[in-house]
Design a protein around this ligand. Structure first.
Ligand code: SAM
Ligand code: SF4
Ligand code: SF4
Length: 342
């Protein structure tokens, strides 16, 4: 017997905790040219940590999956990785997605190292928004945080290229770790205050199994907020929409906004309406999931099978890892961040 929600395609599924599906992250590639120690530590992810090309979904399959997700309520897609700009002909995928009716927002998260050459083509293809990860301005600290593979000047050139290409306001993501790059917080704020870009500080998370995470290395957002407030007073801004992951603040002197993503100190599972699709065609209903759901056979079987599979997956979802983090600290294997992209 078909579930009532599946019989009526207009009804959007909700999961077991009454959360609708609204956002989708699509990892277009698991490979990366960086080895950030909090994500892909070099000693645990050798250079051949990649899928064979053939194991990656094609652009046709990604488009088919996104269309199915849009029918289930998705309005925002974020392309990510690994490093998404390593995926060949990425603007071609953006172009395909930009034609999907009902999809309101297409964004991309990148480490920025290859952005200088690609920003214009991505904008032309219809990409709406860009997030650039930047954990330090100091050249040595940046290099260390990229696993010795990146240069901060390339990322800054990428940001400039994105501005010239017509991206209005970028998000700049910085993960701060205790004793590693805390001293980069104020220089980063100073650099982006008064620009149209929004800097967001992200708490170091216990994603995957190989980043040696410890609670002691997490710098809680509250601490960063009061550090910044001491120099440049801040006041809260109400969320743009329900489920917005960053708490937003504005500088009282009118020089823009800043955000904090506090997934460790203030979990937001109650409003989590995000699914993730890995480059090899598995759907994950939580960033900390141990197991994904293979949708490749449904992609081959056609849209009805795909719609049913995705609806069912969402309706069976009960994830709330971050709310239970402390109770389940020693739980089993989790998917690595570079497979599903943050
Ligand atoms: N390679 C691209 C990049 O770095 O922007 C996209 C993929 S990366 C996995 C997406 C985001 O996840 C980045 O902003 C990165 O800083 C963040 N990230 C990775 N590992 C993290 C961790 N352990 N805790 C918090 N954020 C993390
Ligand atoms: Fe690569 Fe991004 Fe992970 Fe760094 S955070 S290793 S750039 S995927
Ligand atoms: Fe969503 Fe899982 Fe993160 Fe909770 S822990 S906010 S359910 S991704």
């Amino acid at each position: 017997m078909m579930n009532a929600q599946l019989q009526n395609p207009i009804t959007m599924p909700i999961d077991k905790l009454s959360r609708p599906l609204h956002d989708l992250r699509v990892s277009v590639i698991e490979a990366c040219n960086f080895r950030c120690p909090y994500c892909m530590p070099a000693d645990k992810t050798p250079d051949d940590t990649i899928l064979q090309n053939a194991a990656r979904l094609s652009f046709e399959q990604i488009e088919q999956a996104v269309k199915a997700f849009v029918k289930l309520g998705v309005r925002k897609v974020r392309l990510t990785g690994g490093e998404p700009l390593l995926r060949k002909n990425l603007p071609e995928l953006v172009k395909r997605l930009s034609r999907i009716s009902g999809l309101e927002d297409i964004a991309l998260t990148t480490n920025g190292s290859l952005l200088e050459k690609q920003a214009f083509a991505l904008k032309q293809a219809g990409l709406h928004r860009l997030t650039v990860s930047l954990d330090a301005l100091d050249a040595d600290i940046f290099s260390q945080l990229s696993g010795g593979r990146g240069q901060v000047r390339d990322v800054l050139s990428g940001i400039e290229a994105a501005e010239s290409a017509g991206f209005d306001s970028l998000k700049i993501n910085a993960v701060i770790q205790r004793g590693i790059n805390e001293n980069q917080v104020l220089p980063l704020v100073e650099k982006f205050r008064g620009t149209r870009h929004v800097l967001r500080f992200i708490e170091f998370m216990d994603v995957g199994n190989c980043n040696n995470w410890s609670m002691q290395d997490v710098v809680p957002s509250k601490e960063l907020q009061s550090l910044i407030h001491g120099l440049w007073p801040l006041e809260p801004v109400s969320a743009n929409y329900r489920g917005e992951v960053a708490s937003r603040y504005r500088f009282v002197d009118g020089t823009g906004e800043i955000g904090f993503v506090s997934s460790v100190s203030e979990p937001f599972c109650g409003d989590c309406h995000r699914a993730r699709l890995s480059a090899d065609g598995h759907v994950y209903t939580c960033l900390f999931a141990g197991k994904g759901h293979d949708i490749r056979s449904e992609l081959a079987d056609g849209d009805v099978a795909l719609h049913e599979k995705l609806s069912r997956l969402w309706m069976n979802r009960a994830d709330r890892y971050s709310e239970l983090r402390h109770a389940q600290a020693k739980q089993g294997k989790k998917i690595e961040m570079y497979f599903i992209g943050g």
